[in-house]
Ligand binder design. Structure first.
Ligand code: DC
Length: 224
């Protein structure tokens, strides 16, 4: 059976960088589950589906075709034969993704897609409900956190580096806290620390230190 490392946490907690590095070290495929919610959100916005209407989102999302391809150490997503790339990382998608992620039918479909990836091999899966709902039985479950200030600053730097947006630090923080609120108070699979998950507060830790903390907490025999 495939081994799955499950990592949850709010935006900017360092999940993506940590998951990518841990996956690279172990030869586990990196899976960004948030990108699937972003793809559904992107398609909704392109097709003018009202993201505040759960029934409309559920009906539309059922028809969004997403192809999975394990490539370069990660599971890549293709829509209509193309990778969405940075088109799913805009402030507009940030603003609508939480609403789309509250829709039960969308969550059920994405959960099934994520579970199907175990057929590709060992995985590091990052998201909001991976430790609680998607792979709750994994023996390697982590909850990453950091202060809102540290998280907002990381996100802002990331956006500037990618040339995506020149939002102020305050605007980035406000958008991130608004998303956290929706993600952690929604009815279906809200973001929360799972019982038994290892919690790591990365506010004052370097990326290397967080990676080491994850590696050191893996079950015996998983580390290389
Ligand atoms: O991690 P991210 O910012 O790319 O996530 C985009 C949105 O999807 C965010 O609002 C949280 C939501 N999400 C979720 O509900 N469950 C997941 N497993 C991953 C992301």
């Amino acid at each position: 059976m495939a081994k799955v490392i499950a990592i949850d946490g709010p935006s900017g907690s360092g999940k993506s960088s940590v998951s990518r590095i841990v996956g690279g070290r172990l030869g586990f495929l990196h899976v960004d589950s948030g990108a699937l919610y972003r793809i559904v959100t992107w398609r909704c916005l392109e097709e003018k589906v009202d993201t505040s209407d759960p029934a409309a989102v559920a009906a539309f999302a059922a028809g969004v075709g997403i192809e999975l391809r394990p490539e370069n150490g990660r599971v890549e997503y293709y829509v209509g034969g193309e990778k969405p790339g940075e088109r799913i990382r805009t402030p507009e998608i940030n603003a609508h993704a939480s609403a789309v992620a509250t829709v039960k039918e969308v969550r059920d479909r994405i959960t099934a897609i994520l579970r199907s990836m175990a057929a590709f091999g060992d995985l590091v899966v990052e998201g909001r409900d991976i430790t609680t709902a998607v792979f709750p039985d994994s023996p390697a479950r982590f909850y990453l956190t950091a202060s809102p200030e540290a998280r907002a600053e990381r996100r802002r730097r990331e956006q500037v580096e990618k040339g995506i947006s020149d939002q102020s630090a305050e605007a980035v923080k406000a958008s991130l806290l608004a998303r956290d609120r929706v993600d952690s108070t929604r009815r279906h699979a809200p973001l929360r620390k799972a019982d038994g998950a290892v919690e790591i507060d990365s506010s004052d830790m370097t990326l290397d230190e967080v990676v080491d903390a994850v590696m050191n907490a893996l079950p015996p025999g998983w580390r290389k």
